[in-house]
Design a protein around this ligand. Structure first.
Ligand code: ZN
Length: 64
């Protein structure tokens, strides 16, 4: 039961286990692993503005 804890991702709004927020030598990040990967892809393609608009679009889908 100890591994049954988690939180909501700040980008996609889905609930994940804490293990999904441990990457890049850091723990307890704000985004899940999948969102971080997609944000990095957006950044690689379009820089800071593309990464920001990716986050805003994903948030707008669930945050009202
Ligand atoms: Zn996410």
């Amino acid at each position: 039961m100890a591994d049954n804890s988690g939180k909501t991702c700040a980008i996609c709004g889905d609930w994940h286990l804490h293990s999904e927020y441990e990457y890049g030598n850091r723990v307890n990040r704000s985004y899940c692993l999948k969102c971080n990967r997609e944000e990095r892809t957006a950044y690689a393609n379009g820089g800071v503005i593309a990464a920001q608009s990716y986050r805003e679009q994903k948030r707008a889908a669930w945050k009202k």
